[in-house]
Write a protein that binds this ligand. Structure first.
Ligand SMILES: Cc1cc2nc3c(=O)[nH]c(=O)nc-3n(C[C@H](O)[C@H](O)[C@H](O)COP(=O)(O)O)c2cc1C
Length: 190
C-alpha cells in the first residue's frame, strides 16, 4: 500500500508548542483533508505542520491532529502506530477518520455510527483523545469485487469525491478554538 504525502513546511525546531496535523492516506483523499485542516488551524495563529504519520516526529509537538483513511473498519497501521506513540508522550489528540459511508437513511446512519465506534475501539488505551470526527473521502469502485460494489450501491453510495470542505473547515475551526482554550501557544503571540 502506498501512502500519500503532501508538501508541508515544518516550524523551526526551536519553536516549542506547535501543532502537528498527521495523516495516513492510501489514495490521497485523507492527505487533502489533513492539509486543509492544517491551513485552517494555521490561519488562527497556531504554529502548525502537516506530514504523513509514518514520518512524524513528535519533538516539540504539544497537540496532534491525526487522521486516517478507514480500511476494513480500522485505521491504517501508520496512524495507529503514531497514536500509540502519543499515548506514551502524553500528547492530546484530535482524531479524524475518512471513510465511504454516507449517513443518509436510518440504516446508513446506524452503519456510520457503528463504524465510528469500531474505529475508536481500535485506539490504544491511554490515548488522550479529545474528539473523533468522521469525514467522507473519495470512493473509487475500480478494483473492488462485484459483491463489494453491490453492497456499496445498495447503501445508495456513489463513486466520486465526497469530501465536504465546509464540514472540514468547521471542524478545523473548532479544534483551533479548543487548542486556544487549552492554552496552546500561538505562533504570533507575544
Ligand atoms: C481496501 C479498502 C477498504 C476500505 N474499507 C472501508 C471501510 O471499512 N469503511 C469505509 O467507510 N470505507 C472504506 N474504504 C473506503 C476508503 O476509506 C475511502 O475511499 C477513503 O476516502 C480513502 O482515503 P484515502 O484516499 O486517503 O486512501 C475502503 C477502501 C479500500 C481501498
Amino acid at each position: 500500500m502506498s501512502e500519500h504525502a503532501v508538501e508541508s513546511s515544518k516550524p523551526h525546531p526551536a519553536t516549542s508548542g506547535w501543532v502537528l496535523v498527521a495523516y495516513a492516506s492510501a489514495a490521497g483523499s485523507t492527505a487533502g483533508i489533513a492539509e486543509r485542516i492544517a491551513r485552517g488551524i494555521g490561519r488562527t495563529g497556531h504554529a502548525v505542520a502537516c506530514e504523513p504519520a509514518d514520518r512524524a516526529d513528535l519533538v516539540g509537538v504539544e497537540a496532534l491532529v491525526l487522521g486516517s483513511a478507514v480500511h476494513d473498519m480500522a485505521w491504517l497501521p501508520s496512524a495507529s502506530d503514531l497514536l500509540r506513540r502519543t499515548a506514551v508522550a502524553g500528547i492530546p489528540v484530535w482524531c479524524f477518520s475518512v471513510g465511504a459511508v454516507q449517513p443518509r437513511g436510518p440504516l446508513t446512519r446506524l452503519m456510520a455510527r457503528l463504524e465510528a465506534q469500531r474505529v475508536a475501539a481500535g485506539f490504544p488505551p491511554g490515548v488522550l483523545v479529545r474528539d473523533h470526527q468522521v469525514f467522507r473521502g473519495v470512493v473509487r469502485l475500480r478494483g473492488v469485487p462485484w459483491w463489494g460494489r453491490l453492497v456499496y450501491r445498495a447503501m445508495s453510495g456513489r463513486p466520486g469525491d465526497h469530501r465536504d470542505w465546509a464540514a472540514v473547515d468547521r471542524w478545523a475551526a473548532r479544534v483551533a478554538a479548543e487548542l486556544a482554550q487549552e492554552g496552546r501557544p500561538h505562533q504570533n503571540s507575544d
